[in-house]
Design a protein around this ligand. Sequence first.
Ligand code: NAP
Ligand code: HSE
Length: 431
Amino acid sequence: MKAIQVGLLGLGTVGSGVVTIIKEHQDKLMHLVGCPVEVRKVLVREKEKERQVVVEESLLTTDPYEVITDENIDVIIEVMGGIEHTRQYLLDAVNEKKQVVTANKDLMAVYGSELLAAATENGCDLFYEASVAGGIPILRSLVDGLASDRIHKMMGIVNGTTNFILTKMSKHGSAYADVLKEAQELGYAESDPTADVEGIDAARKMAILARLGFSMNVDLDDVSVKGISTVTDEDISYSKRLGYTMKLIGIAQRENGRIEVSVEPALLPDYHPLAAVNDEYNAVYVYGEAVGETMFYGPGAGSLPTATAVVSDLVGVMKNMRLGVNGRSAVSPQYDKQLKYADEISAQQFLRIHVKDEVGSFAKITSLFSERGVSFEKILQLPLKQSGNAEIVIVTHHATKKDFTEILEQLKSLDVVDEVKSTYRVEGNGN
Ligand code: NAP
Ligand code: HSE
């Protein structure tokens, strides 16, 4: 039986895993699709580099078009990363009638709609399961498993690097820079880890999730983003003291047809299932109208976990080839995009401020909240080492984004407030 020929763009962390799984799970692939799978050509930057897997030197090339235009290649697997040039390679690949699998969330978050349309026009599949949450089959779960339901909310720990960093800082008191270096050495972080720590990688994944979950054309610019680089040991220790765990959380929520999508370091009650997701692990909590609460958990990064998702997409492509139905699975969005206004986004908030420890200080602060009908759930006040100052930590009940932003502005101009040290959204407190 004729083998399916694969062209691989990239042989780094994920590419090496793909080669390993294709080799080591060949019998299962044969059983599923009825023919062998062979890697025919592999694009790399540097042919002489030492590799994590053995690949015949004759298969390596530094010319992408030797792979894309090879008429014997059926499926292009893109695991090289990058946006602009990769977009062009994939457009050219589908024009060459190649089926495509990619792990590239940067690309899919920005050019996903264009690439899916081009693939469909050319009768090609474009699958991208590995682009969100590595080894967790979350895209397939949204598209197939939960196809009959209406999704109202998704909350995700979708970046392994930041989860690894926050876990180590929180549980072992490790220093931010040391843990980031460890995450890079373990292959979790992007080559430029700014995208991880500033929340951009998670934002790309949340844009992809929101697009599929809410069936709207959600763009990366629609996601409000804050990373973890400003999180301090004090923030972590106060949140622990109040019964919360700090996580970089992606939130996508739909109410009355309008959506909000954000990524930010947020506090979860210690009993929340996402609070128990540690190290490089990812999890996506999905609330559907009919199904209720579901949660998907697993490794969100790393060579073999991510490659599992890539090769499972390859199996999907091969099954479609056998049935002759490639290019028919992408569905255009059902709804026009409607974003929530600032007075429609509501959450509990954690606030840490340094104030003058004098009569009337607290009353001036609380009046700003009560004027807007925002009440407190928890309050902690401690003297600071500098004489005459105190630290106040407040967790509010629900406040709209608009009210809370105005309160913050006014707090900063109060004579009794020295500094607003930090604010964090509090999520999952029984709502
Ligand atoms: P990586 O280790 O940096 O590997 C990239 C590979 O692509 C390398 O083999 C590199 O060649 C090759 N490459 C890159 N640019 C090239 C160019 N312009 N021309 C020729 N070859 C080029 O990256 P990775 O971690 O495997 O990630 C690959 C993709 O998967 C990215 O889109 C990433 O976001 C996504 N992803 C990664 C993970 C993960 O855990 N790492 C998880 C989910 C998704 P050389 O080896 O010769 O330098
Ligand atoms: N840098 C990413 C992470 C890799 O840490 O989650 C997986 O997309």
